[in-house]
Design a protein around this ligand. Structure first.
Ligand SMILES: C[S@@+](CC[C@H](N)C(=O)[O-])C[C@H]1O[C@@H](n2cnc3c(N)ncnc32)[C@H](O)[C@@H]1O
Length: 216
């Protein structure tokens, strides 16, 4: 495998020395997209948040700042990502406002209806399913809860084929495909925002508020 391929495969699961370099650089490289995605969320509200595929943990800190009374539970299946996210969020950890654990999004180690917001930045390209993984998100969201996906690739940019050639197992979804997977997973409403110039995509999937606790 060429060195470029070895390096870029660390976006899927950071490992070893190159993985350490990758998680640090992703914190900077994805910041503008993440901040754009976060702007689509309500200004106040969420108090229990899950940040999935958290990588180097920059967005845990952004969520803690945006929602000063919230706690954030972050998860990533890469040991390197978890270590970096812990070091970036030392203050939040010490304050008891976040926890960062190793795990796979397809088997979330969380109770039903545990969160009112779940976020996923630049990560669903790699998720098993992804309908099965989205079902897990749905299960762990409270009725009325929001699942935010923010992707730098909206599936409409032919330039993105270069990523598919260097990152094994990556899949880039367009608006229609993502909406279909989210609907199959149970979400009753999916709102998609796009920055067509940059080919960014943000999906807000809402778990229906049934007005009763039957799904707890
Ligand atoms: C491209 S990085 C994005 C990291 C971060 N969200 C950001 O925006 O900078 C993708 C991250 O998703 C994680 N990831 C991919 N598939 C996963 C899975 N099935 N379960 C948990 N984490 C996963 C990877 O380990 C990696 O840290």
């Amino acid at each position: 495998m060429g060195i470029l391929k070895v390096f870029f495969n660390n976006t899927r699961k950071p490992e070893g020395l190159l993985g350490r370099c990758m998680v640090g650089s992703m914190n900077h490289a994805h910041a503008a997209l993440a901040d754009w995605g976060l702007r689509h969320l309500p200004e106040t509200g969420p108090t229990e948040i899950a940040e999935l595929g958290c990588g180097g943990g920059r967005n845990i800190r952004a969520l803690l700042r945006k929602y000063p009374v919230a706690t954030v539970t972050a998860l990533d299946y890469s040991k390197i990502s978890v270590e970096k996210a812990r070091s970036v969020n030392r203050k939040g950890l010490q304050a008891g406002r976040c926890r960062i654990i190793q795990g796979d999004v397809s088997h979330l180690p969380f109770e039903n209806s545990a969160f009112d917001l779940v976020t996923a930045f630049e990560t669903v390209y790699f998720w098993p399913g992804p309908t099965e993984s989205f079902r897990e998100v749905y299960r762990t969201l409270r009725p009325g809860g929001i699942f935010l996906i923010a992707n730098e690739s909206d599936g409409e940019n032919s330039q993105d084929d270069k990523w598919l050639s260097v990152i094994d197992g990556m899949r880039i979804f367009n608006q229609i495909q993502l909406t279909t997977f989210l609907t199959e997973a149970g979400f009753s409403e999916v709102i998609v925002k796009r920055n067509t110039k940059k080919h960014w995509l943000c999906a807000l999937a809402i778990r229906e508020n049934t007005g009763h606790l039957g799904n707890k």
